[in-house]
Design a protein around this ligand. Structure first.
Ligand code: H91
Length: 676
C-alpha cells in the first residue's frame, strides 16, 4: 500500500496540515475526528486507527484504503490523504456535516416516497458506479450513507467490500455486513455474487427509508436468519403499490429472480417524477485534472504548472493529493480556488486566515484519550451553515440536484469474475436487544397522532444539591442523588418524586421563526407510556445572531470565506455551568420544558433503569452499555441544551458506537421514561 511514510511522527504530520478537533464518531477500531485542512480551510473527517488495536482487521483497513483510492464519484465519500506510521493510520476523508442517513430517518420517523426517491436514486447511482469498478460494497445500511452539506448522500465504509479478481460475477464466500441487511444466500453460507447481495441490502435499506424500521428483525439471531431466508415481511398500509412492487422485486430470496442494479437505473418507481434514468457515471473522473487548481497550487508551491500537474497525477494520497482534491471541492461549491501561503504548525496560526480568532488564549488544545492533540470547535453553530438544507421544510427534497443526464446507454457496466472466499457466517452471540422492529406503540402513534395520553401523570424528581462539575459515575448512580449542573437551582435533595410540569397536551405547534417563516416544528410533551418523538426537522438558518460576550462565535464565522476555525474559549473547556444554546438540528429531541436541570435530572434518573452507565460533564452525559463479556456494546452522548429561538430545552443525541437500531430504541426508551 503506497502510503505516506514519513520521518515525522504521523501525528506531527497530521498537525502540520490539519487542525484536529473533537471525536465525531467511531467505527470498529477507528475513531473519527473533525479536522480542518489549514491551507484550504476545508473541514475534513479524520479516521484514526492504531495498528495494535486493529490486529487481524488491518487487512480490512488496507482494503478500504485501496478501494477508496480507486473510487471517485459524486455519491462516494472521497479519500484525501493517508498517513501511516509504524503504529497508526490516519485517513483524511471528505467531511459530511449532515451525519448518517440513519439519524435522518429516525428523526423523521420515516421518509415520504418523494424524499426516499431522491435518496434512493443517489444510492443506486453510487452502487452502480462501485459495481462498475468491480467492487461489491457488502455492508449497505443507512449508517454507511452520510449526508453532505448539499444534502447529497455519500457512501462510506469500504472495509468489507470485495473485488473478486475475475470480476463481480464471480462468487464470494465471506459472510459479512450487518445481519439485518444481509441477503439470504449470504447468511446461509452459500457462495454468492456480491452485486446481487448488494441489491438485497438496498431493498432492506429502501424499506427502512419508507417505513423507519427494518423488514426483518428479531432479538434472536437464529429467528432473524429464519425470517430472512423465508423472505416474508409485512408491508405497512402507507406504502404505495409501486413501492410494494419494487421492494418485492429487490427482496427476492432467489438472487437470480432479484432485480439487477442495471434494471434499477430505469425502474418505473425510480423514474417517477424524474423521467430520466439514474446517472451513475462519475462526474469526477480520476483522470481529469483541473487547471485552476493546478495554477493555484503551482503558485503556492512556487513551481511550474507542468511539474505540479505531474505531482498531482501521481495520486500518492499525500498532502499534494489532499490539497488538490480539497481545492477542487471548493471550486465545485463555487468558492474561490485559493490557498493560504504555506502550511504552518499551529503555534503559528495568527496568519490572515486566523487573524482575530486564534489568539493563543482562545486556542484550546488538549490531549484526548489517544494522546491526539485536539481543539474544540462549536459544532452546532456550524451545523446549519454547513447544511443549508437543515433550514428547510420537512419532507421536501432540497438541495439535491441530480443531473438529469441521459441513460448510460449501452455502455456495459464492468461487472464480474470469480474469486472464492470461505468463511461461515457466525451468528453474533449477543445481538440487539430491541432492534428497529415495528413496535406496537408505533402503530398506536400512527393511529392516535393527536391522542394526548395521560400527561397528567407526569412526575418529576426535584433537582439536587450537587453542583455542575464533572461527576464521574461508574456503575449505577444512586437515583436519589441527582446532580444538577447549575448551582443556581434549588439545593434541596428530595427522594420523593413530586408531581410537576404542566399538564399540557401533546402540542403540535407551528412556531414562527424570527425571519417570519414557519418553523413547522412538532413539540411533543410525552407521558411515560409514549415514545419520545424527535423533532421532525426544522431550522433556524440565522447563524449570525449575536452570542454572549466571551464566546468566539457569531459574525466572525462568516468572515474569510467561512474558513476560520472557531475555537473554544478556555473557560468552555471545563464543564459548562449553563446548557449550550444550539440551533435546531435533526438529532435533537425537542421537549416542551424550559428548565434544563429538570430535564437533565429526568434523564439521570432514567439511565440506571435502562442499565446505562454514564459520565456527566455539565449538561452532557456520555453514556455506555456493556455486553456480557465486559465489552462496551453501545456508546452515545446526550446533551441537554437550549434551543435558540424556540426557548425550550432540547436533548441532542449522538451515537458513537453500537447498533443503530438498538440505539434508536434505547434512546427513545430513555427519553420517554424521562417523560421528556
Ligand atoms: N459508522 C459506520 O458520525 C458507524 C459526522 C461525520 C461527518 C464524516 C466523513 C467520513 C466518515 C464519517 C463522518 C462522520 C461510522 C467516515 C468515512 C469512512 C469511514 C468512517 C467514517 C460512523 C463514524 C462517524 C461518522 C459516521 C459514520 C459522524 N461521522 N458524524 N463526516 O470508514 Cl470511509 Cl469509519
Amino acid at each position: 500500500m503506497p502510503v505516506e511514510r514519513t520521518e515525522l511522527r504521523g501525528e506531527e504530520e497530521l498537525h502540520k496540515y490539519y487542525e484536529v478537533y473533537e471525536t465525531i464518531g467511531s467505527g470498529g477500531f477507528a475513531k473519527v475526528k473533525l479536522g480542518r485542512h489549514k491551507q484550504t480551510g476545508e473541514k475534513v473527517a479524520i479516521k484514526i486507527m492504531t495498528k495494535k488495536d486493529l490486529g487481524d482487521d488491518l487487512p480490512r483497513v488496507k482494503l478500504e484504503i485501496d478501494a477508496m483510492k480507486h473510487l471517485s464519484h459524486q455519491h462516494v465519500c472521497r479519500l484525501y490523504q493517508v498517513i501511516e506510521t509504524s503504529t497508526q493510520i490516519f485517513m483524511v476523508i471528505e467531511y459530511c456535516p449532515g451525519g448518517e442517513l440513519f439519524d435522518y430517518i429516525i428523526a423523521k420517523d420515516r421518509l415520504s416516497e418523494e424524499e426516499t426517491r431522491v435518496f434512493f436514486r443517489q444510492i443506486v447511482s453510487a452502487i452502480a458506479y462501485v459495481h462498475s469498478q468491480g467492487f461489491a460494497h457488502r455492508d449497505l445500511k443507512p449508517e454507511n450513507l452520510l449526508i453532505d452539506g448539499a444534502h447529497n448522500l455519500k457512501l462510506i465504509d469500504f472495509g468489507l467490500c470485495a473485488r473478486p479478481k475475475g470480476g463481480l460475477g464471480y462468487e464470494l464466500m465471506t459472510c459479512c455486513g450487518s445481519p439485518a441487511y444481509a441477503a439470504p444466500e449470504l447468511i446461509q453460507g452459500k457462495a454468492y455474487i456480491g452485486s446481487e447481495a448488494d441489491v438485497w441490502s438496498m431493498g432492506v435499506l429502501l424499506f427502512a427509508l419508507l417505513c423507519g424500521y427494518l423488514p426483518f428483525d428479531d432479538d434472536n439471531c437464529m429467528v432473524l436468519y429464519r425470517k430472512i431466508t423465508r423472505g416474508k415481511y409485512d408491508n405497512p398500509q402507507w406504502l404505495s403499490p409501486g413501492s410494494i412492487i419494487l421492494l418485492n422485486q429487490m427482496m427476492q430470496v432467489d438472487p437470480k429472480r432479484r432485480l439487477t442494479v442495471r434494471q434499477l437505473l430505469d425502474h418505473p418507481w425510480v423514474l417517477k417524477d424524474y423521467n430520466s434514468p439514474v446517472e451513475w457515471h462519475s462526474r469526477l473522473p480520476l483522470g481529469h485534472i483541473d487547471e485552476d487548481c493546478i495554477t493555484e497550487m503551482a503558485v503556492n508551491m512556487k513551481r511550474s504548472r507542468e511539474s505540479t500537474t505531474a505531482l498531482v497525477k501521481e495520486w500518492r494520497y499525500d498532502h499534494t493529493t489532499a490539497t488538490y482534491l480539497l481545492l477542487l471541492s471548493k471550486k465545485q461549491r463555487g468558492k474561490p480556488v485559493r490557498l493560504r501561503a504555506e502550511p504552518v504548525l499551529r503555534e503559528d496560526s495568527c496568519s490572515p486566515l486566523h487573524q482575530g480568532l486564534q489568539t493563543k488564549e482562545s486556542l484550546q488544545f488538549s490531549e484526548d484519550e489517544d494522546g491526539i492533540i485536539v481543539g474544540s470547535l462549536d459544532f452546532c453553530s456550524e451545523y446549519s451553515d454547513d447544511c443549508p438544507w437543515l433550514t428547510g421544510t420537512p419532507n421536501t427534497p432540497q438541495g439535491v440536484k441530480e443531473r438529469q443526464d441521459k441513460i448510460p446507454g449501452n455502455k456495459a457496466m464492468r461487472m464480474a469474475s470469480p474469486v472464492v472466499e470461505r468463511c461461515a457466517y457466525s451468528p453474533v452471540p449477543e445481538r440487539r436487544r430491541a432492534a428497529g422492529r415495528r413496535p406496537e406503540r408505533r402503530e398506536k402513534n400512527q393511529e392516535n397522532k393527536e391522542n394526548t395520553g395521560d400527561r397528567d401523570a407526569e412526575t418529576f424528581l426535584v433537582p439536587s444539591l450537587q453542583t455542575p462539575v464533572s461527576s464521574k459515575k461508574s456503575g449505577r448512580p444512586n437515583k436519589n442523588v441527582l446532580t444538577t449542573p447549575n448551582d443556581n437551582v434549588s439545593t434541596k435533595t428530595s427522594t420523593s418524586p413530586r408531581v410537576g410540569g404542566s399538564a399540557s397536551k401533546d402540542q403540535k405547534k407551528k412556531k414562527t421563526l424570527e425571519n417570519g417563516e414557519p418553523a413547522n416544528i412538532e413539540i411533543m410533551a410525552l407521558s411515560p407510556d409514549r415514545r419520545s418523538r424527535s423533532l421532525d426537522m426544522a431550522g433556524s438558518g440565522d447563524s449570525g445572531k449575536k452570542r454572549k460576550a466571551g464566546k468566539v462565535f457569531g459574525s466572525l464565522e462568516r468572515g474569510l470565506d467561512k474558513v476560520i476555525t472557531m475555537l473554544t474559549p478556555s473557560k468552555r473547556r471545563g464543564p459548562r455551568d449553563a446548557p449550550r444554546k444550539i440551533k435546531v438540528q435533526y438529532n435533537v429531541t425537542l421537549t416542551n420544558q424550559t428548565n434544563p436541570d429538570q430535564v437533565l435530572n429526568q434523564i439521570l434518573s432514567a439511565l440506571p433503569e435502562k442499565n446505562v452507565d454514564f459520565t456527566q460533564k455539565g449538561y452532557t452525559l456520555k453514556c455506555q452499555t456493556w455486553g456480557d463479556f465486559g465489552k462496551v456494546t453501545m456508546a452515545f452522548e446526550l446533551e441537554v441544551c437550549f434551543l435558540q429561538k424556540l426557548d425550550v430545552v432540547g436533548v441532542r443525541r449522538q451515537r458513537l458506537k453500537g447498533d443503530a437500531w438498538v440505539y434508536k430504541h434505547l434512546v427513545e426508551d430513555i427519553l420517554s421514561t424521562s417523560s421528556i
